[in-house]
Design a protein around this ligand. Structure first.
Ligand SMILES: [Zn+2]
Length: 492
């Protein structure tokens, strides 16, 4: 690469567009591995969750895990893929110390799912559809451990516990044009997998791993530029940072008269840079061939239908329904589908209340704040969705004021219902005309100066007098009724 001379200014950046495709590996949440009965549990002592099958010893035969197939089909359907009736396992051959078989069992020309898509919403609110080329099953390799041992300077250790862990690989079309789109795509993909509960998608534990293929070209060009494959993107934030860095780096190379090399690059989050690992001038040559030890995978219509029936309502459908049925704004519908647990909580609270929009505001506002302050997840909320819904109903019916509700809410943290607190503390809103008139008369008698001002035309003073009534009733008077009765009494 020539020394960088031309600085990549925003003007230069604007001349180019990026072309990004993502390859995502999702670890399926089965208890056992894809082709043997070894556990998939994380954190077991090295090389203890292994057997002749996942170690690839001669004569050991793989047996396909039925639950793996069901999770993979759910994942493919959630990504709107067509699921093949027949898909074929293939061996992907390469040598690596953490791959004792000498090949990964994967799928090549007949993958489980194809022709899918993920709809994303861009920062400016517009929608965009990103194509999903394929979804295929494969087994994971082991782990090479380069650090953490006393003699790590000299040796690399190998842990084979991960060998044979079930994965789906999800390959997108190269249809993303910037880091923001890649971020939105991966977030939505992750959410879809989480809703189906086919994976925990814990990126820190490597349950969801992402590689990005990034190239740049002049705006308006139709040919693709040379791409670099960026690895080690183990958080959504790093994905965004790495792509931004890589786009600018490639533009810098071209602007300085250089040529972008086809290579694998590793993202270093400490430096915020991608670093070249190995050149890939020759195309992959994995010599795929059909796996002789496994029959073609056949998914009958009937089996597929049973899997469809077991799937939950997914975020795109939920958002649409929250907007149409509960009258939520699109932004709020998004917030309330951020996880399956939040959307389930909201739905129960909305059903228990007579004002779903207000229930939404309580979930996103007071409840979210209180949970955060207490370090709790929504599934651990001391206030049940039904109790929150009841509180909202008391406000909607005018039985308590919004101000009183804010005082009741923290008391509900003990698990007590709003109804019980209102009853015990006598907090019901006073909507009884006779009782209110008596208080209003007292306030009028006690504030002759303000009454005089009001009658001479300073109607803003009414606010002060309403305030006095609220004070006298400890905030329990119905403010709208007070205002009307007061005006009537003052002859307004
Ligand atoms: Zn095993």
């Amino acid at each position: 690469m020539p020394a960088v001379e031309v600085e990549v200014t925003p003007e230069i950046l604007a001349k180019y567009e990026a072309v990004i495709g993502l390859e995502v590996h999702v670890q399926l949440a089965t208890r056992t591995k894809i082709f043997c009965a070894c556990p998939t549990s994380f954190g077991a002592p090295p090389n203890t969750n292994v057997c002749p099958v996942c170690l690839g010893q001669p004569g050991a035969l793989p047996v396909l895990n039925r639950q793996v197939v069901e999770f993979a089909v759910q994942g493919a359907l959630a990504l709107n893929c067509e699921v093949r009736e027949e898909s074929i396992f293939a061996r992907k051959n390469y040598f690596y110390p953490d791959l004792p078989k000498g090949y990964q069992i994967s799928q090549y020309d007949k993958p489980l799912g194809e022709h899918g898509f993920v709809d994303i919403v861009l920062e400016d609110g517009t929608a965009k559809r990103i194509g999903v080329t394929r979804v295929h099953l494969e087994d994971d390799a082991g782990k090479s451990m380069h650090e953490g041992f006393r003699d790590s300077e000299k040796y690399t250790y190998v842990d084979l516990n991960r060998c044979g862990t079930p994965l789906i690989e999800i390959v997108s079309e190269p249809e993303m044009r910037g880091s923001g789109e890649a971020y939105a795509y991966l977030s939505e993909l992750k959410l879809l997998m989480e809703f189906c509960q086919v994976s925990t998608c814990d990126m820190e534990k490597g349950h969801l791993r992402c590689d990005a293929n990034v190239s740049v070209r002049l705006r308006g060009a139709t040919e693709l530029g040379t791409k670099a494959e960026v690895k080690n993107l183990n958080s959504l934030r790093f994905l965004k940072q790495a792509i931004d860095y890589e786009i600018e780096r490639q533009i810098g190379v071209i602007e300085n008269g250089g040529r972008v090399m086809q290579e694998t690059r590793l993202y270093n989050p400490n430096l915020g840079e991608t670093i070249g690992m190995r050149s890939k001038e020759q195309a992959h040559d994995y010599r795929y061939f059909p796996e002789p030890d496994l029959l073609p995978l056949r998914i009958s219509n009937e089996w597929r239908e049973r899997i469809v029936a077991s799937m939950p309502e997914l975020p795109p459908a939920r958002r649409k329904r929250f907007i149409e049925v509960y009258g939520l704004r699109p932004y709020d519908a998004n917030v309330l589908t951020a996880t399956r647990e939040i959307s389930d909580y909201f739905e129960r609270a909305a059903k228990a209340s007579s004002d779903p929009k207000a229930a939404a505001n309580w979930v996103m506002g007071d409840l979210a704040g209180a949970l955060k302050a207490d370090g709790k997840e929504i599934t651990e909320s001391p206030i049940s969705p039904e109790n929150l819904g009841e509180l909202v109903t008391f406000i909607a019916k005018g039985e308590i004021s919004g101000k009183i509700a804010k005082e009741i809410f923290p008391k509900m943290w003990s698990g007590e219902s709003a109804a019980a607190i209102i009853e015990r503390e006598g907090l019901k809103q006073i909507s009884d005309t006779g009782a209110l008139e008596k208080v209003i008369e007292d306030v009028i008698a006690a504030n002759p100066k303000q009454v005089e001002q009001y009658r001479s035309g300073k109607i803003a003073v009414a606010g002060f007098l309403v305030g006095q009534v609220m004070k006298a009733t400890r905030g329990q008077a119905n403010p709208a009724m007070v205002s009307d009765l007061l005006k009537a009494k003052l002859g307004g």
